[in-house]
Design a protein around this ligand. Structure first.
Ligand SMILES: Nc1ncnc2c1ncn2[C@@H]1O[C@H](COP(=O)(O)OP(=O)(O)OP(=O)(O)O)[C@@H](O)[C@H]1O
Ligand SMILES: [Mg+2]
Length: 254
């Protein structure tokens, strides 16, 4: 199995607090891997260690076979170019139009003409179900679901091998959430990219994932395929799923 992300015995402390405790997992090429856990359990922190925004206190994070903490700033930038990051909350720039948000990276590294970039933005917007009419709008003129789509369009604009989605459905109504779920799957299928999703949305996690990792208080509780997690022998996992189980079964029957 081709491994894209390999996290080994990762510990992370900040301000004297031990946030991640001996976290180990792998993300395989082409899969949708979801980190599922309650608020404050350390999900976003794990993704920040993966993209090099946080440096592990101990342990190792390898992305595309490269040890993130050993890279020079230029090498890290190279690796980051192959990672699309959909931030928790859409994190769009309010003063920029939709198309400028989508090709923000290319504008920053400016060597392309505006007409080319606008065309590129349109291509990406179409992939997430938006169109020409959205190009010149500002984020304040978009709904929550549209903002998420623009955030996803930006993440895929550099043709990343790995896309990290931090809470892609939070703050959305159930119907829009399912649309975003479908989009994550279809983008993976169309582009052959790998998805690392962070969520506390049980329905979303069980409908889109190949494998799920459950974390609690900075520690891995279980990693497994969807069916394995659903039939978990671990008391904490069973309790965690209980609340959302009715919904999950409805989704998997549907
Ligand atoms: N920069 C920071 N400085 C201090 N503490 C932090 C920092 N970033 C995260 N933490 C702490 O680490 C813990 C885990 O935070 P993290 O954002 O990873 O949780 P999460 O699982 O993503 O939660 P949520 O579902 O609410 O987004 C929290 O207790 C948080 O307060
Ligand atoms: Mg988070």
């Amino acid at each position: 199995m081709d491994t894209l992300v390999k996290v080994d015995n990762l510990h992370f402390q900040i301000q004297g607090r031990h946030i991640l405790k001996d976290v180990s997992f792998e993300v395989y090429r082409g899969e949708i891997f979801t980190i599922l856990g309650g608020s404050g359990s350390g999900k976003t922190t794990i993704t920040k260690c993966i993209v090099g925004l946080f440096r592990p206190t101990s342990g190792k994070v390898e992305v595309f076979g490269r040890d993130i903490s050993k890279l020079s700033p230029i090498e890290l930038d190279e690796v980051r170019k192959s990672i699309g990051y959909v931030f928790q909350g859409a994190a769009l720039f309010d003063s920029l139009r939709v198309w400028e948000n989508v090709v923000f990276y290319q504008l920053e590294h400016g060597k392309h003409e505006e007409t080319y970039l606008k065309q590129l933005a349109l291509e990406k917007l179409r992939m997430v179900g938006l169109s020409e009419e959205h190009l010149d709008l500002y984020p304040s003129e978009l709904s929550g679901g549209m903002k998420k789509r623009v955030g996803i369009a930006r993440a895929i604009a550099t043709h990343p091998e790995l896309v990290i989605y931090d809470e892609p459905t939070s703050g959305l109504d159930p119907i829009t959430s399912r649309v975003i779920d479908e989009l994550i799957r279809s983008l993976r299928d169309k582009t052959g990219s790998t998805a690392l999703v962070v969520s506390h949305d049980l329905v979303s996690a069980f409908s889109i994932s190949d494998r799920i990792m459950i974390i609690r208080d900075g520690q891995v509780v279980q990693i497994g395929r969807v069916e394995e997690i659903m039939n978990s022998p671990i008391e904490f996992v069973r309790e965690f799923l209980k609340k959302g189980l009715g919904d999950i079964q409805a989704v998997r029957r549907g």
